[in-house]
Design a protein around this ligand. Structure first.
Ligand code: PLP
Length: 402
């Protein structure tokens, strides 16, 4: 038998249980409306929070940069691919976020890998929220950390207990005689539920026990703190040791960023393997990031529009009788529970002209399937109303609401 056959057999079972993920093909721009299978659909599930993925100003900046510099860096940055545009984008991000230094990588997933696996190893200790993003979980695995403590989601009493245990474990020095690092890591905005981590308490507790703090602000970049992220939202600038963000959501392109003290970023530049052994961002991504930062530095009107749209959408969904979970941000989950129900809901929305994919295991726990609605600053009120009327119709048809 083909040794890979068991995997292929599993696919059939995944289809039966509603756990198979078919991937649709976009035939137009990633805007508030787009085309799939020749059908115009309301886009209700992108991470393009500010509409930057199709913003004319970013497009113009990219065209100009590509004409001037070409398309790709041609080598890993430490060899011969370190573009002036990379450095300019990093400087712009550091200033915008009020950090000493910024370090750009080709995506948020990679940025989390670099941020974690370059500072902790086998003998160090990591304390992580149970709902942290997959990239954080994988980074901890890659770092081969033996002492992992997982605390209940945003439960600060449990975080303190884990810090006490970690402090005890850290009394045993590492083989080289140094003290193990204790790293506390949390998502800033939890991507599937939209709630915000209690960062001031996390920072306070971590400081009390001498731990290093890291936040993954993927869904806070361009969204929280007038676009400057979660540290600004909580007035914690300079208090977090490591901030990771992504440019692949609100900034509309591709990229991950680590911000922190100059020495930390220098360490990452010397030791971060995905930086040393993988090519940096394209010209287009770098130019778009610079323009995105430029726009947000001048005005937070798009961020305000996003939040206004999010508030309207959430209120109206709740009025209809939907359960939107514990969100505090534009991420608007419509909780459905059953995986097949979520799949059917999404299919019916599609026939009514609304594109909103079901979110199910392994993205969330089994039995916690949902449709995660994502409003953007590019949606008009009419767009939102169109989507809401489809949700009302399908919700009634499937008995989710009365
Ligand atoms: C919380 C969180 N962290 C990291 C990432 C990865 O970001 P990127 O798409 O830039 O690799 C995501 C994206 O899904 C995310 O939601």
């Amino acid at each position: 038998m083909n040794p890979l056959q068991p995997y292929y057999d599993t696919i059939g079972q995944m289809k039966e249980k509603g756990l198979y993920t078919p991937v649709r093909v976009l035939e137009s721009r990633q805007g508030p409306w787009f085309t799939i299978d020749g059908k115009k659909l309301l886009n209700f599930c992108s991470n393009n929070y500010l509409g930057f993925a199709q913003d004319k100003r970013l497009v113009a900046a990219v065209i100009q940069a590509v004409k001037q510099y070409g398309v790709g860096p041609g080598a890993v940055r430490p060899i011969s691919g370190n573009l002036a545009l990379h450095m300019k984008a990093e400087a712009a991000l550091a200033t915008f976020k009020g950090a000493e230094a910024a370090f750009l990588l080709p995506g948020g997933f990679i940025a989390n890998i670099v941020a974690i696996a370059t500072i902790v190893g086998k003998e160090d200790i990591v304390i992580s929220d149970e709902l942290n993003h997959a990239s954080i979980i994988d980074a901890i695995k890659l770092a081969q950390v033996k002492n992992k403590f997982i605390y209940k989601h945003s439960d600060m009493a449990e975080l303190e207990l884990r810090l006490i245990e970690a402090t005890k474990a850290a009394e045993i020095p590492k083989a080289d005689g140094t003290k193990p690092i204790i790293l506390v890591v949390s998502d800033g905005v939890f991507s599937m539920d939209g709630d915000i981590a209690p960062l001031p308490q996390i920072v306070r507790l971590a400081k009390k026990y001498g731990a290093v703090t890291m936040v993954d602000d993927a869904h806070g970049e361009g969204v929280l703190g007038e676009g400057r992220g979660i540290a600004h939202h909580f007035a914690l600038q300079g208090q977090l040791d490591i901030e990771v963000g992504t440019l692949s959501k609100a900034f509309g392109v591709l990229g991950g960023v680590i911000t922190g003290k100059k020495e930390l970023i220098e360490w990452y530049r010397q030791k971060g393997r995905p930086y040393l052994f993988s090519t940096g961002l394209s010209v287009a991504d770098s130019a778009a990031i610079i323009e995105g930062v430029n726009i947000l530095s001048q005005s937070s009107s798009l961020v305000k529009k996003l939040w206004d749209n999010a508030a309207y959408l959430r209120e109206e969904l709740q009025k209809l009788g939907f359960d939107t979970g514990r969100t505090e941000t534009p991420i608007t989950p419509v909780m459905l529970g059953d995986e097949n129900l979520a799949k059917d809901f999404s299919t019916k929305l599609f026939t009514l002209g609304v594109f909103a994919t079901p979110i199910k295991f392994p993205m969330v726990a089994l039995g916690k399937a949902r449709i995660r609605v994502m409003p953007s600053a590019a949606h008009t009120k009419r767009d939102l109303d169109f989507g809401l009327s489809a949700f009302a119709k399908v919700g009634k048809e499937l008995g989710v609401i009365l």
